[in-house]
Write a protein that binds this ligand. Structure first.
Ligand code: URA
Length: 478
């Protein structure tokens, strides 16, 4: 039995080095005990770090597995390192193992990465910075308690979004600090280190009050998306209950008020020449949140805007948000999103590195009992909503676009094209190059397992072709 000590709780590279050496030395997963170094353990360290052992055989690891493993080590599950090594070991003799989501280990890995993605999303959404008074330079601090050890995974998002601010995010496990140039990390701390109130909070509370729409209030969805455990650190939290309580009266007032005329501009003008692409996308997201150009905008819970880095070369466009996305507010977070994520990983792409959006930004549905049945958007909806896609594209300027399905093709090209023809490439309204591919929902629609498998492989190969084209473009001198 080998006891392997790794540096710290989220030490992915430590795990990877040991795992490589153990695998090379032919050490079976059941003969390894993974321990995270604590000071006590270090005192009696019986470590057998195997990094000096030459690998016996060629080790092959899909890139997607490493991405998942990097996430999984942030989970609080004490068995995560064993699981990862077991999967690595088994995958050497079973090349398709990691794509087999019914395998128990693969399923557990997916559960861990899903929890981490969800936790990271919550952190992105619920961190609230407060100004630190008395500092020579404007400085902001936020206190947050993530469920897992995700500070290092989540911090780059804040670095991109608040690149001009000096900030620290304090958590019990790890603290992240950005000084407008470098992102650094330090040990975890306590809530007492964070300031607890300032003028920015009043502004934020005013904004929250003004965007609160009683007609769209869905308490269950709201508390599932914004669980109560996060409320204690949110400045707007004490407004939520009174606003919910007054929602019915406000709704009646809104219904009896005179209708506001709907604006029907063909395109959206946003031309702040000083805005950075990331800031401009934030502004667009806020503007689109109030869009009421289509009838279904009034029934959907919220606008689901695109997301991803502003400087990415790749944009992927879907059709419209589904039932889950309408509630989470993020594209591809429901069943089609799960297929999409799996296919992305299979194609060696990462969601974090691309801009993902939909042709139509509101969920169109027909209510049926307690469920809401998806309705394909009509050409008028696609054409109205193109203003947002145009605005997103004007800031991202992707080198390549993948249109998943006929709606995305129509939105990007302006006219209906056949999916088969568009697979070979077509040009977007702004001259950009796009390719058509299968929509992940088409995989879910297949009821026969072999056909579902075939559709899934088509989706993976559509994504892989885009990746190859992008790589070929990157290697071609401009
Ligand atoms: N289908 C889409 O086209 N987009 C989503 O965001 C979800 C499902």
């Amino acid at each position: 039995m080998r006891i392997v000590h790794i540096g710290h709780e989220t030490d992915f590279s430590g795990w990877r080095d040991h795992a490589r050496a153990l695998l090379g030395a032919g050490i079976r997963p059941e003969d390894v005990v993974w321990r995270v170094c604590t000071e006590e353990a270090d005192l009696f360290d019986v470590m057998t770090r195997d990094t000096g052992t030459a690998p016996k055989a060629k080790i092959t690891v899909p890139r997607a597995f490493l991405t998942d493993a990097q996430m999984a080590v942030c989970h609080r599950d004490p068995a995560r390192f064993d699981l990862l090594y077991r999967l690595l070991w088994r995958s050497q003799d079973m090349p398709g193992l990691l794509a087999n989501s019914v395998d128990e280990d693969v399923h557990t890995l997916h559960k861990l990465t899903k929890a981490i993605r969800r936790d990271r999303h919550k952190m992105h959404a619920f961190v609230r910075f407060r100004e630190v008074k008395g500092e020579a330079e404007e400085t902001f601090v936020a206190w947050f308690e993530p469920e897992h050890r995700i500070t290092e995974l989540a911090a780059p998002f804040f670095m991109r979004r608040f690149s001009n601010m000096r900030w620290s995010i304090l958590t019990p496990d790890c603290c992240a600090h950005w000084d407008r140039e470098t992102l650094t990390y330090s040990e975890g701390t306590t809530a007492a280190q964070a300031p607890d109130g300032d003028e920015l909070e009043d502004l934020w509370r005013g904004y929250f009050r003004s965007i609160f729409n009683p007609a769209r209030l869905k308490v269950k969805a709201m508390t599932s998306e914004m669980p109560k455990k996060y409320w204690k650190n949110l400045p707007e939290a004490d407004l939520i209950e009174p606003l919910i309580a007054s929602a019915r009266a406000l709704e009646t007032q809104m219904v009896s008020a005179a209708p506001t005329p709907v604006k029907r501009e063909a395109s959206y003008e946003f031309s702040d020449p000083c805005a950075t692409p990331a800031d401009a996308l934030d502004t667009l997201r806020r503007e689109a949140a109030g869009c009421t150009l289509c009838d279904h905008a009034c029934h959907a819970t919220q606008t689901v805007f695109g997301e991803g880095p502003a400087d990415t070369p790749l944009m992927i466009v879907g059709e419209q948000p589904g039932d889950t996305e309408d509630i989470t507010g993020r594209p591809f977070t429901g069943p089609a999103g799960a297929v999409f994520d799996e296919a992305l990983a299979g194609a060696g792409l990462s969601r974090d590195a691309l801009y993902l959006t939909n042709a139509v930004k509101h969920f169109r549905f027909i209510p049926k009992g307690k469920t809401r049945l998806h309705r394909t958007p009509g050409t008028a909806h696609i054409d109205h909503c193109r203003r947002w896609l145009k605005a997103e594209r004007s800031w991202i300027k992707p080198r390549l676009t993948l249109a998943m399905g006929a709606t995305a093709i129509r939105a990007l090209h302006g006219k209906t094209l056949s999916v088969t023809g568009a697979r070979e490439g077509f040009s977007c309204f702004d001259g950009g190059l796009a390719f058509a591919g299968l929509h992940p929902a088409a995989v879910l629609r297949q009821t026969v397992p072999e056909e579902r498998e075939r559709a899934y492989h088509t989706l993976v190969s559509d994504l892989a072709r885009v990746r190859q084209r992008l790589e070929a473009k990157e290697n071609t001198p401009a």
